[in-house]
Ligand binder design. Sequence first.
Ligand code: F6R
Length: 659
Amino acid sequence: MQAETTPSQNINFEVLSHPYAQKDLKYLLKSVEKLPVTIWENSLDASRHIARSIALAIRQKQQDGLPLVLGLATGSSPIKVYEELVRLHKNEGLSFRNVITFNLDEYYPMSPDSRQSYVYFMHEYLFDHIDIPADQIHIPDGTIEMDKWELYCDEYEKLIDSYGGLDIQLLGIGRTGHIGFNEPGSWENSLTRLVKLDAITRRDAAEDFNGIENVPYRAITMGIGSIMKAKKIFLMAWGQHKADILKEAVEGPITPNVPSSYLQKHKRTKVFVDLSAAEKLSRIRTPWKVGICNWTDNLICKAVIWLSERVEKPILKLTDEDYSENGLSDLIIEYASSYDINIKVFNRIQHTITGWPGGKPGEDDRHRPERARPEQKRIIVFSPHPDDDVISMGGTLLRLVEQGHDVHVVYQTSGNIAVHDHDALKFIEFSKESIASFDRSSLELYGVFDSAEMFLKSKTSGEVDRPSVRRIKGLIRRSEARAGARFCGVKDSHIHFLDLPFYETGTSKKKNLGNKDVELVTKLIEKIKPHQIYAAGDLADPHGTHRVCLDAVFASMHKLKRKRWVKDCWVWLYRGAWNEWPIHEIDMAVPLSPIELEKKRKAIFMHQSQKDHPPFPGADVREFWQRAEDRNRMTAALYRKLGLAEYEAMEAFSKWRGL
Ligand code: F6R
């Protein structure tokens, strides 16, 4: 088991390690955060902590011969809590015989046998692995007839009350701010009822349902009033995509527009978040507004960038008054004048810019992001999906090859679930016809394509592809990835496909990172012995493929850290398609000219199966090349606004200092 890190009042060391900070910050935080939040370094440690609190409550009730009434949630947020509860049951004898559960919600209509039902979810993650008696499990019934739901919901509510109410309620938070399926507009006293789902919620569920058109429009959910009756509430939020709504729920006013904000009225709610979900909280984003700060170089840089954006002035034009009028007088006191701070921060940002991402040969590299030597570096670019390399760092990849480095591209997963059936059919038909016209002896292969074709033509909505179809879809992505990398000048012998096993489930739900995954990554790194590694440093989604792929790289580096060459291997993190690093976290910014940006676009176009309308576009309607360009232009524009040189676009990297 991994050692547990503490919740991170510690993480925000910049504020809290200051000798005077504790008292002031606590006092001030109260006026900013209206719910008690603990920030954890990662969702795994936080989930284990929550599971242990639940286990403790179960055992205490057991001692008194009483039942524990547990309100449960589904979705990605509680998965690791359930995994830990199962572990505690299996390894530490935790019994659930005295536990009575009530789930928050269920889609409507929904058959309990469907893979998308919350009944299926709960059994898969929890109930099938613990000793809870079946008659103590309650999940809203998605098959209830339309004219009976009122009575049904009434009885659900009364049943909870008959057990004395919920002792603990576990909650996730939706991007609409919903808890349960209480969407914006829900009223405070609402009880269990049939509701309509918000468009954003349906879009977020599209991946599980293989397309938004299959997501139900309604759900049965406990109400805000039902939730508020719980004696204790644990709200969880993991990942950057929750950061905006979490801030509103925690720091904003109580409003039906953000149903989770009602929790501010509940006396015993605790909020558990990871660092990425906490990103927008004032204590992380603008700690100088909520407490006295310990001014590290990083924090100074962050504050100056914030100030420059706020007063809309380039860094070198910021005055003492700008600092004082915007709550940053502490900085002036420490530094004596804005002039010194401005220069210090300006130079730091200036030094992140380089057109030589692999280092500039023969130059003094003291103020450059990369080393000048060795002049020709061995480089690995890890790409979680087969197109992240060109989407997120296509311009840099082009430069690295042009500047003579020995560049390998490693595609970590097959990406097979993101190929449309109609695209696969096109290739299958092509292959069948090729075999029929050129090589009649390959009957066996013909048979493979023939049965794949039959499968796809009779495939029902939501059905998982059979292995041969997944393989074909994976091969389609391979050919596109090869075309993209080749377009950037990467040699065929330097294009690698790992097909990491954790990804190969055929559904959007992936397995946890396993030894085999780490072994495959480690072997490759060891073979190439790179001077530079580029990897997708995505923190956006704790269950997402990018996160697991990054963990595989980190785990490999830890395994290899005693090897001599590893100390010369620098790891640069790029962000995935959706977000860029905040400026103060950028250690290397690679400018792109208009021509380079156009070349990058062409490399992205090689991924034809992901063009126009990929199967999993996420909440953003723009195509990948558009997102990439907008984001790269935006980074350049931000640098410009801070008073640095004006470029067409920029790709940004943060250096990993984890070893
Ligand atoms: C699930 C539920 C929802 C989720 C919320 C967050 O039973 O009631 O409110 O908790 O949509 O979903 P995830 O955890 O998937 O981000």
